[in-house]
Design a protein around this ligand. Structure first.
Ligand SMILES: [Zn+2]
Ligand SMILES: [Zn+2]
Length: 348
């Protein structure tokens, strides 16, 4: 077994604390990664606090993992010790269903194996990246350019691919007007990608204080969504809108902003179903859809695209000892725009 150290939650109410555990012995296709950085995703907080009702304890959270290969199994050819690599939200899938066969492992028909908090195909409880190492099948490991900031890359593995994949799917690019709803960890990546794809990018926000930041991150325009007159001016002008907000909110004013046949894609997951005026859909054949992370090949494409454009997340690097405070600030949306844990701090 591989000995591991991390920070775990033992139940829904006590803070994360140091935890020793073991990971499986390397199988032929496995890669052992020494973790350098791990991003702090809002999902980590929902999960450890059992806000989705599916937590299994103890749990080491973290699915925005960047590190160096420490060892590889005998059948691994894509990686060698020392390589810069990343691991995201899933670490396995069935690899035989139509979704897996078409490179959409995130939609695996029998369910992809999440990086933490589930039983994997060996019967082990998966444990995430708030730790010093991880063992992952090579199909679920990604190559990272050593030219990019390793800390800045970490959030690409969840927040990055979650926004990149739908924008590629719905063909965001030049001569397209694209809206981004919400400016947090996901929203700031959406702005960067939409801008890099050459679209005309509009940030919707409820907060005037975010206007300057939105423009710095790639927005061509900022619309205050609380202002009905400003929203009316946008009616029927958007080719695509990506909604990154996970708090319950009214979608109807945004649906009216879409052109005929345009799509509204949700990547945040509110815990209350929205009330939709179906007239907004049928009178202009508009669609509402959703999207979750991306496939393994597409995740690698995104990382390569980011290397080419020198594009990374805006991060605040913290030692693991500050995780409780970081969680509080994520919940209050007081981070610009992602915390990333420096795993060297585990040794402290
Ligand atoms: Zn995440
Ligand atoms: Zn599958």
């Amino acid at each position: 077994m591989t000995q591991s150290r991390g920070w775990a939650a033992q139940n829904a109410t006590t803070p994360l604390a140091p935890f020793k555990f073991s990971r499986r012995e390397l199988h032929d296709h496995d890669v052992l990664v020494d973790i350098q950085f791990c991003g702090v995703c809002h999902s980590d907080i929902h999960f450890v606090r059992n806000e989705w009702g599916n937590a299994i304890y103890p749990v080491v959270p973290g699915h925005e993992i960047v590190g160096r290969v420490a060892a590889v199994g005998s059948a691994v050819t894509r990686f060698k010790p020392g390589d810069h690599v990343g691991v995201g939200v899933i670490v396995d899938s069935c690899r035989t269903c139509p979704s897996c066969k078409s490179g959409q492992e995130q939609y695996c028909d029998v369910g992809a194996t999440l990086t933490y908090g589930v039983r994997d195909r060996y019967g082990d409880l998966t444990q995430g990246g708030y730790s010093n190492n991880i063992v992952v099948h090579d199909h679920f490991v990604h190559t990272i350019s050593p030219r990019l900031s390793a800390a800045g890359v970490a959030p690409l593995l969840c927040a990055g691919i979650t926004t990149y994949s739908p924008m590629r799917h719905w063909k965001v690019g030049p001569n397209k007007k694209v809206g981004v709803v919400g400016l947090g960890g996901l929203g700031h990546m959406a702005l960067k990608f939409a801008h890099a794809f050459g679209a005309h990018v509009v940030q919707f926000t409820t907060s005037e204080s975010k206007i300057d930041d939105a423009k710095r991150l790639g927005a061509d325009e900022v619309v205050l969504s609380k202002d009905p007159t400003a929203m009316k001016k946008q009616a029927s002008t958007f080719d695509f809108i990506l909604d990154t907000v996970s708090a319950p909110h009214d979608l109807n004013p945004y649906l009216e902003a879409l052109k005929r046949d345009a799509t509204y894609a949700q990547v945040g997951l509110p815990d209350q179903p929205p009330v939709i005026n179906m007239g907004h859909l049928l009178f202009k054949r508009r669609a509402i859809s959703g999207s979750i992370i991306g496939g393994m090949a597409e995740t690698q494409q995104m990382l390569d695209f980011c290397a080419e454009k020198n594009l990374v997340a805006d991060v605040e690097v913290i030692p693991i000892q500050q995780i409780a405070e970081a969680f509080e600030r994520v919940v209050k949306a007081q981070v610009k725009y992602r915390f990333v844990i420096d795993m060297a701090s585990l040794a402290a």
